[in-house]
Write a protein that binds this ligand. Sequence first.
Ligand code: 4AD
Ligand code: MG
Length: 466
Amino acid sequence: MTSQRIKHILTSGQPGETLTIQGWVRTQRVAKKFTFIEVNDGSAMSGLQVVAGEDIPGYAESMERISTGASVAISGTLSESPGKGQRVELQASSIEVFGESDGATYPLQKKRHSFEFLRTIGHLRSRTNTLGAVFRVRNACATAIHNFFQEKDFLWMHTPILTASDCEGAGEMFTVTRFNLDDIPKTPDGKIDYSQDFFSKPAYLTVSGQLEAEIMAMAFSNVYTFGPTFRAENSNTSRHLAEFWMVEPEMAFCDLEGNADLAEAFLKYVFSYVLEHCPDDMAFFNERIDSTLLETAENIINSEFARITYTEAIALLEAAIEAGQTFEYPVSWGIDLQSEHERYLAEEHFKRPVIVTDYPKEIKAFYMRLNDDNKTVAAMDVLAPRIGEIIGGAQREERLDVLERRIEAAGLPKEDYWWYLDLRRYGTVPHAGFGLGFERLVQFMTGMTNIRDVIPFPRTPDNLEF
Ligand code: 4AD
Ligand code: MG
């Protein structure tokens, strides 16, 4: 069955054209001798208005079976629409109902539902206007990301999901095993006998593709990964998921400044692309979710990001406290910036994204390049208004001896990182990269306040339903 997508009909369908659409009924309004039906197929925010006259075959029976949520194929002829808000409408000549939708139990009613409620119906919520717009924008963000890197000659590398190494060294990994958990093999001294497990050693879900991306950058110069990552941190916040997607470019022959330049150009590109390709969805978010959204987006595209060091950031926060600003968490040199601090800097102080560099080595991962002061590392976080940290990255430690000392100081088993160290033995180069939390980007783009509403099937503590 050939049919047309509603998005194209709305923009370029011509009166007089005959065609077929397929989709789900959003609303249905019965008039005297005909019925108005709005059909949505997910291709656009708006559906197509169908006018079904009582003379079409099986009219009474079809109208009986049609209600909100029902799936239909409707053929007919386009005509100019007298109604406002739409250019054309479809005068139906035949209607096929695939599946009815019991109006008494269908959970999506005409009224506005809370996002909390919609999360409980994860199998149906994508049929709402807001979630529909979110997932179209999410798709556009992903396309923009690939376009950006492909245009710049970065190779897309698929890094593994199953891994033996903890990239971030934060111990937040999910374990993967084939053991029967009720009967785990033990060694004579009572420890878990991993030699009997699938990989003969402990295995985990990856927290980041970075270490493998570094391997590939040492062969292809510029690469990126874009895949799911997993973190078993028990943070029940509006910005954390246990399973999220990360975009990680890695560049050989690149320092921290080049890394920051790439991150800034990258975010600007993605924002421009989405504004151009999803104008209706973005206008909807601006109207319904956050009235400053379009202005913020233009601001991101047109203004330079602020760039400061961690030490300067602490000074700014301390000055803010002096001036009466209150924070829940205390501020002093050496603390890990909390989301309230990050948001203050981006939202209140700079009113635009800010790139903070050179954090204390104690609070950052082992692979970040040690600065000459011996106290800080060449780290880089991009902080966004409303979101806080959206990107985390660094120039990597390319010096073998320094890296070995950093791995030891972090208490990580050096033997597990033998191949990572080898990269510093054979043709090492200065290199840098970053990780963008893809869902945080979609949050930033759409203004959605909870990260659970920008991924189709969120995984968070206690949530694994759909
Ligand atoms: O700052 P992170 O931990 O950096 C890394 O994993 C590096 N290996 C990346 C690299 O240099 N290649 O994570 C990167 C980004 C964060 O800035 C944040 O946007 C996102 O990933 N992120 C999360 N997003 C959703 N839920 C979580 N639990 C997240 N943890 C991190
Ligand atoms: Mg980080």
